[in-house]
Design a protein around this ligand. Sequence first.
Ligand SMILES: [Zn+2]
Length: 338
Amino acid sequence: MSDLREGVRRVFVESLSSAWFVELLRAIRRNRCAIVVMHRFATDHGVHIGHDPVAFRQLLSSLRKHRVSLVDVETAVRQYDDNESPGSANGLSVAFTIDDGYDDLLNVGEPIFAEFDCPFSAFVVPDVIEGKTWFWWDQVDWILRHSDRRAGTLALSERELRFAWSDEASRLAARTDIEQSLKQLSHNHLLSALDQLAQGAGVTLPVRAPAEYRVLDWNALRSAEARGVRFGAHSRSHPILSRCTDEHSHTEIMSSVVAVRSQFQNPVPMFCYPNGCDADFGTREYASVTSAGLRYALSTAPGVLQPKMADRFGNDWRMRIPRISYGESAGHIYRSFL
Ligand SMILES: [Zn+2]
């Protein structure tokens, strides 16, 4: 990009965080709430790419400076549910959610949220917490990091995926290609493809997650709840539900909700779909979430809460609540209100 274009782009992005822009939003978009989905924070020792703590602190500072309300996700959703609290939504608000429950959530994220008195909720996965499995994308990452080889193939149902890497950037690109391909498979095929990948790479996958991929245990989570953090269910083992059989999908939802209820005093009364794009769940999952006794489910379909959700999106909106991905600048959130 030329210096001039880069300069124009920077001025434009910075203007989206400026006071006049937020006041304009407040005037033209009176009642909007963005639910932000985050995953991992960067750490000094981690092998993962995470959210930069410095940028996150600046983001929360901007939201506070511009008097954007920072609310708990349950409060956020109920204020747009006219059956619960008609017409209560007011102004611009943001709710933060963090999926998966890695340890940097409390080590890095919690102190920054506390600094700005900002509530947040996290969605956790019992089988991973209990060491029965670890996240499949972390297994892909581990395989590529530990293989002596620098190329491989993966026989998928209709094609063969070829990949190769020579440095960190090409390794990350190969990992992304593999992940995207695995997401298309049925859950059982995905598990056998992981075995095939490990075999082809000449490595043996550890049964338990290595330290860099570990999530928080129940004790740590319960201590965090006592400090005000809220937790909800994010499936039993984090498969993509639409790629599971009827029975498996139902069990993933029901048993994770039961586990979360048994561990926490005040769990978030919402289910959070693994992966969460529109193709990853459907009416079958809505029925399971409802039979688990929950009224709401969070997706990663982009969008914000706004008045008259049912009129705009149908009564099913409660089972497909939109969230915006974290973008490391307050401007990214302000833009979502447009
Ligand atoms: Zn997740």
